[in-house]
Design a protein around this ligand. Structure first.
Ligand code: SAM
Length: 318
């Protein structure tokens, strides 16, 4: 897509209603021939608005005033460009655990978690967070620094207790390290400026992960998942899961992953935009909402719910 159009669409469809700063900036970038020309010299996957805006914030550039943003970004373009080339959009949202939890808790325990596309692995701690589904009593450790609120609809099989996690591991093309200050700062910059509740949640989840770092492997999920499943400790149920990952893969790679998952022992939980896995999408028992973004949550390719992409809601199917 043409860069101007990319930024205009980002402003109108993604930032509007979520970040006034990003909506304003992306709109101005789209109309700025000099900035557009610099962005056009980047490889196509590196032109994303999210990546540019996070890179400027990572380098402490201004993102509140569009004129200051322009002046600063052009003056520091070499550093901005280097950051965009080195880093990726890897937003890690631990709140997604609230939508995965009903499935994780219903499987034979203990479970061994393998997250593909794990980023920093913050979704690998479903047993360390507290959950508040609607007005129900909180579930999980009262002293957890992370408390996840989730609105529900439909017959959600609310768990009575948290899953027992015997082992946790992840795969990512570029795993981020919760013990590395720059990696954590990058994760912070991927959260849009006004979303301070998400920033606090991220920082608290990082503390949880720092206390108990997961085993994260660098690699492509198709290359690495089989080997990791083979290392699951005896007696634990292998559970491979992912959210907001497969959309980054071409269709052939998604098909290859589907074939691999069908051949592996244990269970497969997917939480992705519905179109991403046709074998799931074809079984969804109701039309996909068009007025809001949703993910389809599925267990072994059987859809069970629509979920809010940031873990904020779950609509269980009858
Ligand atoms: C948007 S993040 C989501 C992170 C996490 N799953 C969550 O829900 O918070 C997508 C992650 O998938 C990783 N990723 C994309 N393609 C991948 C691949 N082929 N193999 C492994 N990881 C991949 C990216 O590096 C990134 O960290």
């Amino acid at each position: 897509m043409d860069t101007r159009e990319l930024y205009r669409r980002f402003a109108a469809r993604e930032a509007r209603g979520n970040s006034a700063d990003y909506e304003r900036l992306a709109g101005r970038i789209a109309d700025d021939a000099e900035l557009v020309s610099r962005i056009d010299h980047l490889p196509e996957p590196k032109r994303q608005p999210n990546l540019l805006l996070a890179a400027v914030r990572f380098l402490d550039g201004p993102t509140d005033d569009p004129q200051d943003f322009r002046t600063w970004t052009l003056a520091h373009w070499d550093r901005v460009r280097a950051t965009m080339m080195q880093r990726r959009t890897q937003t890690n949202e631990p709140a997604r655990c609230a939508t995965l939890l009903p499935l994780l808790a219903a499987l034979p325990q203990p479970i061994a978690l393998i997250e593909v596309g794990a980023s920093a692995g913050l979704c690998l701690y479903p047993d360390r967070y507290q959950y508040r589904y609607d007005d129900r009593p909180p579930l999980g450790p009262a002293d957890s620094p992370v408390s996840l609120a989730c609105q529900t609809a439909g017959p959600v099989p609310f768990p009575e207790r948290l899953p027992t996690v015997a082992w946790r591991a992840g795969i990512d093309l570029n795993p981020l390290d919760v013990r590395d200050e720059e990696d954590v700062h990058w994760l912070e910059c991927l959260i849009w400026p006004e979303q301070t509740h998400r920033l606090n949640r991220l920082r608290n989840a990082v503390r949880v992960a720092q206390a108990e770092p997961a085993h994260l492997v660098r690699g492509d999920l198709n290359q690495s998942v089989r080997e990791l499943v083979s290392r699951v400790p005896q007696g634990a149920t292998p559970v491979v899961f992912h959210s907001a990952v497969l959309a980054y893969l071409p269709a052939e790679a998604r098909e290859a992953f589907t074939r691999t998952m069908r051949s592996l022992p244990g269970h497969w939980i997917s939480n992705e935009a519905p179109y991403v896995l046709p074998s799931v999408e074809g079984k969804i028992p109701r039309p996909t909402p068009q007025d809001r973004a949703v993910f389809a949550l599925a267990l072994d390719e059987q859809p069970v719910a629509f979920t809010g992409p940031h873990g904020q809601s779950v609509e269980w199917f009858n």
